[in-house]
Design a protein around this ligand. Structure first.
Ligand code: KMH
Ligand code: ZN
Length: 311
């Protein structure tokens, strides 16, 4: 008898730390808009909401737990989607500062970046003239000086601080070496399989957004982790929808959202996060996939449950 095909989990990354308000009016940065767009994305079919905070007054990157406090309970009351709090939201802060929000709120999931790397989006600067807010231009231009620091000790700090809380990790892997880093950490006892991998393709500093690279990542993960992992794909920018469709056909899960791309299609800005969730859902369902509910995702990813968070 044919094995039942697993349902596809859609993650939506609502705002992130790459894009700036000038790039799209749809990018949410007030707590109200972050909550509103997250709830809409969940209603459209996202089982997991990957969340960053932004400064409410000017949209700058924020890792302030008090800002998270102003939208997390609103989201929780309106939806049963799984909340995933970023631990990678700032390229300028220490790992202890980056994990403060996840530590305080103990979500079902949090991101965990699996290696140090250049992480740049400076080419975006030339596409925009004047900016809505003063900080934006320098932030984008100077990203060619940023090192995204995620040393083995940083990774161990996150693993210990949040693993003990039963928080499940979205292991963000931007290159093949990051899979080997994860393997080393599992063998060292830091993580208990099955692990959840997010293959990140198309960030400048990481692996390129090609189907060959996705296959290479998946084959490597198969070799390293056997069947003790689940996986998802995040294609940055124009690669978002094509790689999501490819991933789903390969049996993987998908991540969309304005953190990763501001567009719905070539030259067309997405009106909201939900806009992208609806589109990817349409594509996946047309290809014969079924979309996982939050509880189905909880089951597959073996999460602690929405009643064991602190917000
Ligand atoms: N914006 C993604 C490429 C994190 O939040 O930990 C990276 C990301 C990092 O999602
Ligand atoms: Zn993120």
């Amino acid at each position: 008898m044919a094995r039942a095909r697993r349902k596809t989990i859609i993650t939506c990354a609502i705002t992130g730390a790459i894009h700036t308000p000038t790039m799209s009016d749809a990018l949410p940065f007030t707590p109200q808009d972050i909550a509103h767009q997250a709830i809409e994305a969940a209603e459209a079919g996202a089982a997991i909401l990957h969340l960053h905070a932004r400064r409410p007054d000017d949209g700058g990157v924020s890792i302030d737990p008090d800002v998270f406090a102003s939208f997390l309970p609103v989201i929780r009351q309106a939806t049963d989607a799984i909340v995933n709090i970023s631990t990678g939201g700032s390229l300028k802060n220490t790992i202890d500062e980056r994990i403060a929000p996840a530590r305080r709120f103990s979500p079902e999931m949090c991101s965990l970046n699996m290696g140090s790397m250049n992480f740049s989006f400076h080419p975006l600067a030339s596409r925009y003239g004047s900016c809505k807010f003063d900080w934006e231009k320098d932030y984008v231009i100077n990203s060619d000086t940023y090192i995204f620091r995620n040393t083995f000790r940083d990774i161990a700090t996150v693993a210990r601080a949040l693993g003990e809380e039963g928080v499940k990790f979205e292991h963000e892997c931007y290159d093949i070496g990051h899979l080997y880093n994860l393997k080393f950490c599992i063998d060292s006892g830091l993580f208990r399989p099955p692990v959840f991998l997010q293959f990140v393709l198309g960030i400048l500093g990481g692996i390129g957004p090609d189907v060959d690279n996705l296959i290479f990542m998946k084959r490597t993960a198969d070799r390293l982790f056997g069947d003790a992992y689940q996986w998802s794909v995040l294609g940055a920018g124009a690669a978002q929808m094509p790689l999501a469709a490819t991933a789903a056909q390969l049996g993987g899960n998908v991540r969309v959202g304005l953190e990763d791309s501001l567009f719905l299609g070539r030259g067309v800005l997405a009106a909201s996060n939900a806009d992208q969730v609806r589109k990817v859902r349409r594509i996946l369902e047309d290809l014969g996939c079924e979309i996982a509910t939050p509880d189905e995702a909880r089951d597959v990813l073996d999460l602690k449950g929405g009643d064991r968070v602190r917000f």
